[in-house]
Design a protein around this ligand. Sequence first.
Ligand code: ADP
Ligand code: MG
Length: 621
Amino acid sequence: MSPAEQPGPALKRARFAEEEKEPDWFTEQDDSYEEYIPLKKRRQMEEQETVKRSGAAAPHPAPVDAAAEPLLDDDGEEPQVKESLLVRTAKARKDQPMETDAQKRLREEQDMMRNITSRTALRGVKELATGVVYTRSMKTGWKPPLKLRQMSEDEHEQVRHGFHIITEGHNLPPPILSFKDMKFPAPVLQHLDEKGIKRPTPIQVQGLPAILAGRDLIGVAFTGSGKTLVFALPTIMQSLQEESRMPIMKGEGPLGLVVCPSRELARQTHEVIKGYTTALLQAGYPQLRSLLCIGGIDMRQQMDEVRNGVHMIVATPGRLKDLLAKKRLTLDLCSYLCLDEADRMVDLGFEEDMREILSYFKHQRQTLMFSATMPMKIKAFAESALVDPITVNVGRAGAANLDVIQEVEYVKQEAKLVYLLECLQKTAPPVLVFAEKTKDVDDIHEYLLIKGVEAVAVHGGKDQEDREQAIDSFKGGRKDVLVATDVASKGLDFPNIQHVINYDMPDEIENYVHRIGRTGRCGKTGIATTFINKNQSESILLDLKHLLKEAKQRIPPVLQVLHDPLGDLEEMAAASGQKGCAYCGGLGHRISECPKLELQTRQEAHKKKDYFGAGGFGGEM
Ligand code: ADP
Ligand code: MG
């Protein structure tokens, strides 16, 4: 199977001419400087890269492998005197330090991870079947400003270091500290300014240049760190570029696609995009059409818009899949795909949907994934969909936002409602209250209304209109308290939330991180209060304990006394560079004790049993 390079969609549109003058907001005419690196040096650099990578992937390379490497060296530059195998093994043994217990467990963990991640790849069925493999990133006309290109990689690294930006990947574009240097057109800069967005946040500093340069990317940054703009602005720019080169025709598009796990999040993202396209239009730039494509809204009117040609679509997986299957939409021209809250999508069971959506792409696309948390299991899966990806990580994946004061209190089940009322006094509104169960949300809502609190509620059981109305009135400041299940916690941006109350502790620590991330956004301090009691599993409480410890928060006595069965946790974390569980990201356990993994394995075993037992061939015997 040879790697195939397919022409990008731009090439397919026949009227596109290479030599056409590009709009001047996107390219610099003044320089085309690119440093030439001699072949020999390039080879060396590549070699170093490979060594570095293989070193990272297998911290304990088998001794024989390591020693055998020179034999494989076929360019004959440095002929080596052969040693006998015995001598070599002895040497290698001596060099290799004794494996400690922690290291041994680490190796086992890595094996487990490999087993889990090897089975799934996030690729379109067609690509898998035909063996098409893309090896090069997409090309865009964008380049960083000359002054940045002339800086050394060390200087760039210093900037990244200053912003706590951790990156992985080859040939990283430089971090850029101003939107102006990212070459956004004036109306975009002005709109940013009007929104009070003066300087890029760390994820934007590195994420935007990478995406503008056409790279595939995994972006991990805590909630409220401004991830939306990182993928919204480049798709707008690319649409603008295409539209200026050659206007989009009836029935064509989309060029860019953003997929979100919830309708509310899709709506919010769509609004952000609309803000910028409107600003561009008003300043005399071509009209860019974006479409919100989610369940629960009438699509007929929206389909008219598609018929006129649409540049960008923000969608939830279900509706999108539906429209694609009915051929109301095609992804023939689509060259930009972003999955927001990507780990949630997998968790919520959208994995198959995503794979199906991918199969509608006709060409290589630029693929981006964003989330606040990115456990290893999902990262490995996500990477299978990416080409030469860059990972940009701001703050440890899964770490809670440090601008949130986290308080955890032991509250008996029957005392919760009364105590909640008391808790609401802690801060001024707006306050968010989260509960796991729909019924609890309804109960809390009713109780608060009786007590005269201006509260609204959203959960999956309510219809779309109610949900929207509730969120609008809360966002607009007409209501003080929003009671919600986790639906509302995924990526929604409520400005100035003072206080998040967790009526119960979610089953997964990541949900906790997402929930409390609703407050303390963009540099402001917020409070999160979490009720726990004996209904919670010990494993989640341990995760919570470690999270609090990491965020340097007070640990309540109930958590203090929790016995930590993993004394060597810290040592292992230090050895592996992976804190906590590689599978789910929980800090209180390692992958070998992961309750989530266990549950999933059990469910899968069950599924398999069903498959054979459900009477397919055998029928009812
Ligand atoms: P995330 O997706 O990372 O959770 P959002 O993209 O929803 O965060 O952004 C959170 C809020 O921060 C939004 O209201 C957004 O307008 C604002 N914001 C984004 N970027 C900046 C910035 N560079 N400076 C100030 N505020 C910003
Ligand atoms: Mg977001």
